[in-house]
Ligand binder design. Structure first.
Ligand code: PLP
Length: 497
């Protein structure tokens, strides 16, 4: 059965999966959603025999129906290879009364790798299928993590170039080192003298600059974005929720057909939405437990039905979840509004102009699969410490928000259904806050010395991704002012006026 993609905001036209991946966003500003969620009509017994790549094929072929078997398998095999430090790709670790689904074994030791390692291949395949002759230029402004994950994904992928702008004085020393040591003949990393917003604004402007687009086209290039709302990032994330369920059956932890819960540390709502889609496909997830940090806009939304971004932005030790506008929530809103795009567009309009919207009672009734809660900074640190004490297992601050919220869920509901906790970053990615939580004191050590200390304390080996950048040579040292960014892009691409 063919699955097409339509906008959440009103444009009636449908596009193929490959076009949705190329476009990223619909012209009306809405997000692409599948016209129907395909059923996963494969038995759990069969799924339990599959490895990660085979599972990925079974799931993704049902969503990306205009990709051929060869195309899709080639994308999958190019993505989930020895860039990951374990053959299992996404292993489960039993600890603290739950199953931690480790999504951090890729190139940048965080969960963004699960999607960003395959997106470049989906995108170049999509370009070929749609007779796009131009080379794809990925343009990104980053505040740290996404930039590196995108660089690692696109490095040396034929038919692409990637240019990442970051605030020269606005990222952590490790984050900067990760980026400026990036290998690959098609990668460019440029520091800017302004802050993240300056970089972001200039990138958005370049995307909308028709004259620049024409100049690029003449030189054989076109821009694209690796944004987290791209359907090419969402679909690969459904895979590990299917894989985790089948793995629990394989291990004998549950029987085929048993329900499980999922706990997801949430920011942009992409990861947990992927679990919601896995459930719609037929995998028996019972509750989707949405864990927030002190930026608890989603917790308030699930409790009250009002989404209100008008609040103080809090910087926490789980920075990848410091978000007040969860873009992917729009796909859920669209669905619970009965796929009424006009209604969805209205909510999004009032969010952008008035800073809030309130859903109807009828819509709220459809959120019963979800449970929301949050952890304070103190609770997050306590959770890192208690999980290590009780289970000798080290988790990072984002995962700890989820583990802490899971404890609150059990206390609230006494629901002992087996649970999978999405573990979204290696503790070595957020070493300082993890070590401070474990030792209970501030440290004067630098980040690499702290990594050594964590290895000593925990017995977990330092991942290759951290070890490598310790001594890696700096390959990118260009710094420009924000207004010079378009000129820089042209220069990097060899375009002359
Ligand atoms: C991006 C990210 C999240 C949040 O995921 P969303 O899909 O944005 O909800 C959580 N943890 C880590 C480590 C991340 O990088």
């Amino acid at each position: 059965m063919q699955v097409l993609y339509k906008s959440t905001r009103g444009k009636k036209e449908t596009v193929t999966a490959s076009m949705a991946i190329l476009k990223g966003l619909s012209e009306d500003g809405g997000l692409f959603v599948p016209t129907s969620i395909p059923k996963l009509d494969v038995s759990v017994e069969e799924l339990a025999k599959m490895n990660y790549q085979e599972t990925a094929y079974e799931v993704m072929k049902r969503f990306l129906t205009d990709f051929t078997e060869d195309e899709l398998k080639s994308c999958i095999n190019n993505a989930y290879d020895d860039k990951f430090d374990t053959k299992e790709i996404a292993p489960l670790h039993q600890a603290d009364g739950a199953y931690f689904l480790e999504l951090y074994h890729g190139a940048t030791i965080a969960f963004k790798d699960m999607a960003l390692s395959i997106l470049p291949h989906l995108m170049t395949t999509a370009a070929k299928k749609n007779q796009v002759k131009n080379e794809i230029v990925i343009l990104t402004a980053t505040s740290g993590d996404t930039g590196k994950a995108a660089l690692a994904g696109f490095a040396d992928v034929p038919g692409t170039k990637i240019i990442v702008f970051y605030p020269k004085h606005g990222v952590s020393p490790i984050q900067e080192k990760q980026m400026v040591t990036q290998k690959g003949n098609n990668t460019y990393v440029v520091g800017i003298t302004g802050n993240f917003d300056d970089a972001q604004t200039a990138v958005k402007k370049m995307f909308n600059d028709k004259q620049l687009a024409e100049e690029l086209d003449r030189a054989g290039y076109q821009f694209s974005s690796a944004n987290s709302i791209n359907i090419g990032r969402l679909v690969p994330q459904i895979v590990y929720y299917v894989y985790a369920y089948a793995a629990l059956v394989r291990q004998g932890a549950i029987q085929a057909g048993d329900e499980i819960n999922a706990v997801v540390p949430t920011g942009n709502f992409g990861n947990i939405l992927a679990c919601y889609y896995a459930k719609q496909m037929g995998i028996p997830y019972k509750k989707l437990i949405c864990a927030s940090n002190e930026n608890r806009v989603l917790y308030d939304f699930f409790r009250t039905g009002t989404y209100d971004r008008k609040r103080e932005f809090i910087l926490t030790t789980s920075p990848s979840m410091d978000i007040l506008i969860s873009s992917n929530l729009e796909r859920l809103i669209y669905r619970i509004a009965g796929e009424n795009a006009a209604k969805c567009a209205e909510f999004m309009q009032s969010l952008s102009t008035g800073g809030e919207y309130t859903i109807t009672d009828e819509m709220k009734a459809q959120l019963k699969d979800f449970y929301g809660n949050y952890c304070s900074e103190e609770e997050t640190a306590q959770t890192i410490s208690s999980v290590f004490k009780d289970s000798s297992y080290v988790i990072d601050s984002h995962t700890a928000v989820a583990a802490g919220v899971y404890k609150k869920y059990i206390k609230d509901t006494n629901d002992r259904t087996p649970a999978v906790i999405a573990s979204t970053a290696s503790p070595y990615k957020f070493t300082r806050c993890v070590m401070e939580a474990l030792t209970g004191e501030k440290s004067a050590l630098d980040d690499f010395a702290l990594a050594d200390a964590l290895a000593n304390l925990s017995g977990v080996k330092i991942p290759k991704a951290v070890e490598e950048i310790r001594t890696a040579p700096v390959l990118h040292d260009r710094v420009v002012n924000a207004p010079e960014m378009p000129e820089t892009v042209k220069e990097l691409l060899g375009i002359h006026a």
